[in-house]
Ligand binder design. Sequence first.
Ligand SMILES: [Cu+2]
Length: 433
Amino acid sequence: MTNTPLTTEPKVETGPTTTVELEARPAKWEIAPGHTVEGFTFNGMVPGPTIEARVGEEIIIRLKNSLPEPTVVHWHGLRIPAEMDGTDLVQRHVEPGETFEYRLVPPDAGTYWYHSHHNETEQLERGLYGALIVRGDDEPEFDAERVLVLDDVKLNRRGQLAHFGGPMQRHDGREGETLLINGRTDTNLEVAAGQIERWRIVNAASARFARLSIGGSEFQIIGSDGGLLPAPVSASEVLLTPGERVELAVGPFNEGDELAIESLPFARGMKPEAKGDAVRFGTVRVGARKPSRARIPSKLRTIEPLVTGPVEPNRTVRLGGKASLRRFVDWTINDEMHHAADPVKVGELQVWDIVNETKMPHPFHLHGFFFQVLEENGEKPRTLAWKDTVMVQRSSTVRIAWMPDDRPGRWMYHCHILEHHAAGMMAHFDVIA
Ligand SMILES: [Cu+2]
């Protein structure tokens, strides 16, 4: 085993501070023209405002809770101190009428998101999420940039958010037939012919896996959860499980083209296998040609591998489920709901086998630290990447490596299917000095 030094240690060079006011409050959420549902929003919008930050520059986010219930906000993917992670492990809930100040110095460029981490199955479904972009000094140049936050909502016959909970949602996760980009069903993206855009995409859905396609056209995957990849990867589809992000270089297209932004059939195990049609999130319409100044370098970034050569895991995390008479199903980690896991030590390389013992894939999310996927069922991934969320397919093992840098405190990992998290598929552990 090569124990790489703390390559992931956040660099903290504090620059100018920006303050963002974020108010969590109920508001009408217009998902389609004239069609509103009862939302929980940040600043009256779904998604909440896109927060823009720069590497090493402090942002203060003043969260005011004007909801009728407590909340807390998690900064998904950001390597910040434990006290700022925004979970009920590290802070008291922000009660209605209260304010809490989050102070963040983002150490890594990339596409992140923020969302409620309390009563998540309802608060996220009602819209309490937004994107957070961190820019570095030398970003590749594109003709345009867009942030696309994917979501779905489950509506009842009256077109309102359907009843929350119940055994099926607890088992499968809550999926809705109404697909949204940036909170709307009717997203039409106007793209100029000949241009190449950077799309930063977040999957904010409770349970839906997006097997994303843009009319079958080829694009370049340039980034994942933790920023840019070492080099662009060509693809015509990309899977985003709940919580994951991807950055794409999209285009160039021809004038007059119309392309569906859609999710191809994906079998999550609880429905008849992968039949059915693709489902549409939105549409790209290609307008008049414009000159392009986009340059996508063939080498985007250096990522040092945390492990070179053979390595033995020092922990096994088993994702499981069992029938429950009272609750239909309980979701577990190492046979325990809300598992209390062993601590890890700062500076000690972690190699974990995440083993899925269930009949359904689960997106495994580690708070506060990036990992590298070493292998899935013994096979190396297509590219090295910094990840904080990864799908563990049914009856599969994903081996990850990560380095606890010097941010002691209480952290957690969990399935990012929100109903599974709530039903026990989570663990907490301490990072100790
Ligand atoms: Cu799960």
